[in-house]
Write a protein that binds this ligand. Structure first.
Ligand SMILES: [Zn+2]
Length: 97
């Protein structure tokens, strides 16, 4: 449930209200019943959740990239290893000759 911050335009009173998104916004000050304006609060749980989701998404994407980037070097290493084995075989054959 997000926290909404309101500021009274009459007495400058600032107060927070836990509200459902579907709840109608508060329009009257609790202290003087004057007009209030809803402030965009940075400390709302909703905003934090959104950021966390973004980070998770980014991480999994970079992990995928990292994983696919790991494959080619492994293949190259295997190939060069095969080459080495062949070279060794050829050398040992040459020695025997
Ligand atoms: Zn007020």
């Amino acid at each position: 449930m997000p926290t909404y911050e309101y500021k009274c335009l009459e007495c400058d009173e600032v107060f927070e209200e836990f509200q459902k998104i579907t709840d109608p916004p508060i329009t009257r000050c609790k202290r003087c019943s004057g007009q209030v304006k809803r402030l965009i609060s940075g400390g709302s749980g909703l905003l934090f959740k959104g950021t966390g989701f973004y980070i998770t998404d980014y991480r999994s994407d970079s992990y995928k990239k990292e994983a696919s980037r790991d494959k080619p070097p492994t293949e190259t290493a295997k190939k060069s290893d095969d080459k080495k084995t062949t070279e060794k075989k050829e050398k040992s054959e040459a020695k025997t000759n």
